[in-house]
Design a protein around this ligand. Structure first.
Ligand SMILES: C[C@H](O)[C@H](O)[C@H]1CNC2=NC(N)=NC(=O)C2=N1
Length: 114
């Protein structure tokens, strides 16, 4: 049996660069509910997802964990009974990178599977 079914991305050899606020907003325009927030020194992209109950919220959190692991990119989560606030940034660029946008797209795609 293989234990390599959950491939994890290796960012160590890839040079990522920070998107400007304008570039970030341009990318987010296609992603409903995602906004650029935080501070100029420490920007994040963020969306609050709302659900019917805690079980649905946690099912989303668990599905999201698969994306986070595969991408080796882990959002900050604020989880309540019926909502989950998802925040992303990229530490090595000190801001927002294409990786954050890509993860936001993948998280959106999870909900479209339903
Ligand atoms: C070494 C490891 O790849 C890095 O620390 C990863 C882990 N998860 C991460 N998650 C997020 N959201 N941003 C990062 O920059 C980040 N870096």
């Amino acid at each position: 049996m293989s234990n390599m079914t959950l491939q994890q991305k290796d960012w160590s050899q890839q040079k990522r660069s920070a998107l400007s606020p304008e570039q970030t907003r341009e990318q987010l325009a296609a992603l409903s509910g995602w906004e650029l927030t935080g501070t100029a020194a420490s920007p994040v992209i963020r969306k609050t997802y709302r659900f019917g109950n805690f079980y649905e919220t946690m099912a989303f959190v668990n599905a999201l964990a698969l994306v986070a692991h595969q991408q080796d990119h882990h959002p900050d989560l604020e989880v309540s009974y019926n909502r989950c606030q998802v925040s992303l940034n990229t530490h090595d660029v000190g801001g927002i990178s294409d990786t954050d946008i890509d993860c936001a797209r993948r998280i959106e795609a999870l909900l479209k599977l339903a």
